[in-house]
Design a binder for this molecule. Structure first.
Ligand SMILES: Cc1cc2nc3c(=O)[nH]c(=O)nc-3n(C[C@H](O)[C@H](O)[C@H](O)COP(=O)(O)OP(=O)(O)OC[C@H]3O[C@@H](n4cnc5c(N)ncnc54)[C@H](O)[C@@H]3O)c2cc1C
Length: 410
């Protein structure tokens, strides 16, 4: 399909959201130029989880086999109490899960996933430029002028700003700022020696959690530790330092305390999101990916939602080819309610994970008695249809649940 063949599109940012958007528009024939301000394309060397809402889309794009080949297919999602080490609940990712959502749950090294998208974009003929920091974007109604550091100018018919959580474009459009959660993440990888098994395991502790899962066909173990920073609570500007790391896990089981020793200690990720916004841009300029809806990572959905954005972009760009104001307003209208729900739910899910005291006792009680075949809280997230990009929840069971809920509310 080449419905966009006369159209020039600029993408700001070569993360996974930018590359995915570039790929779908190039495949419709647009001349796509992507500016990345870093000196080279790449991603941090840690893992990423992909729910079936993302892997279905990767299959549509013809990339799923490669992602499976380079990634790992976990058997279960397991929640454990970080203090006692007891299993609280588990979600099988086996045949029933795959049949229900139509695609597998996968984990993959970020640099592998990024490389798969980059190679696909290169193959399609996206113009990919590094060392290119976009300083300003001006839409004059007829075309959009992008000015880069050093004064270089670039004109196009439309601009998608995929410049991430700290998006300067969002600062200009919305004028809000990132919201600090007070939690910080440390990551790490290890050669897998066979002790971990095939599950994604999350240990939930008071004001902290710790996640482990295999990568690269099970040859590597990925780890993420997230904890609340006492320095943040004291109002200090510098927070989440390595001095706080070990103390954060002092109450946790020896297994967790020992694993924390293997994290990278020279780099950390203070956790920020932003408030959901309906304003994704105007006219020929739109935010996309984290720039539009940065979220805390507790549902493992930031990149998955960026893929859903690109999938919806593909749909709406084909419906109104070259009419960018209509395409972009349809994209935001379709996607915003869902991404806002994921952003808000991620915050709540983090609170549930990190609860202490009587809350922790109640959480554990509820999780321990969860019916292992209950998909009620997963359907809205993982069950979606490409033909209805704005629908919040799909799957027969989810629809029935929603109807029951609405009847009860009447
Ligand atoms: C600890 C942690 C764990 C996570 N785990 C998961 C997970 O398991 N599953 C999942 O789906 N998501 C996860 N996420 C979220 C996911 O990483 C992000 O949502 C996703 O990477 C966002 O992609 P993006 O392309 O929108 O933004 P980014 O990846 O931030 O890319 C933005 C790009 O824009 C470039 N840029 C910025 N400004 C400019 C400019 N002015 N000019 C040119 N270029 C610019 C940047 O250099 C960058 O390359 C996690 C996040 C964290 C922090």
């Amino acid at each position: 399909m080449t419905t966009l063949s006369a159209q020039r599109v600029t993408i700001v940012g070569g993360g996974m959201g930018g590359l995915a958007s570039a790929l779908v528009l190039r495949r419709q024939g647009a001349q796509v130029t992507l500016f990345e301000h870093a000196p080279a394309f790449g991603e941090v060397g840690a893992g990423i989880q992909l729910g079936p809402n993302a892997t279905r889309i990767l299959r549509e794009w013809g990339l799923l086999d490669e992602v499976i080949a380079r990634g790992f297919r976990p058997e279960n999602l397991v929640l454990k109490d970080a203090v006692t080490g007891h299993v609280l609940t588990k979600q099988s990712l086996g045949a029933d899960f795959v049949a229900r959502y139509g695609a597998p749950y996968l984990v993959i090294h970020r640099s592998d996933l990024h490389a798969i998208l980059l190679e696909a974009a290169e193959r399609e003929g996206v113009e990919l430029l590094v060392d290119s920091h976009v300083e300003s974007i001006v839409d004059d109604g007829g075309e959009v002028l992008v000015t880069l550091a050093g004064g270089r100018e670039h004109r196009s018919d439309a601009v998608l700003a995929a410049d991430g959580l700290a998006s300067l474009t969002r600062d200009a459009i919305v004028g809000d700022g990132p919201v600090a959660s007070g939690y910080v993440a440390y990551r790490g990888t290890l050669p897998e020696t066979g002790g971990h098994g095939a599950d994604v395991v999350a240990w939930l502790g008071p004001h902290c959690h710790f996640v482990q899962y295999p990568l690269r066909r099970g040859e590597m173990l990925n780890m993420v530790a997230v904890f609340r920073s006492p320095a943040f609570l004291r109002g200090e500007a510098e927070w989440g330092g390595v001095d706080e790391l070990d103390a954060a896990y002092a109450e946790c089981s020896p297994e967790v305390q020992q694993a924390v020793q293997h994290l990278w200690r020279d780099r950390r990720w203070p956790m920020y999101d932003r408030e959901p916004t309906e304003n994704w841009g105007e006219g020929r300029v739109s935010l996309i990916g984290d720039a539009a809806h940065p979220m805390l990572q507790y549902l493992a959905q930031g990149a998955c939602q960026a893929f859903e954005d690109a999938d919806a972009l593909d749909l709406y760009a084909a419906r109104t080819p070259g009419d960018w104001p209509t395409t972009f307003s349809a994209l935001a209208a379709a996607r915003q309610p869902r991404t806002a729900r994921v952003q808000r739910t991620a915050r709540v899910w983090g609170e549930i994970w990190h609860v202490d005291g009587v809350g922790r006792v109640l959480r554990n009680e509820l999780l321990e008695h969860r019916d292992l075949t209950d998909y009620r809280y997963l359907d809205w997230l993982y069950g979606r249809s490409r033909d209805d990009a704005g629908a919040p929840a799909l799957g027969d069971e989810a629809v029935r649940h929603e109807q029951r809920h609405q009847e009860a509310a009447r």
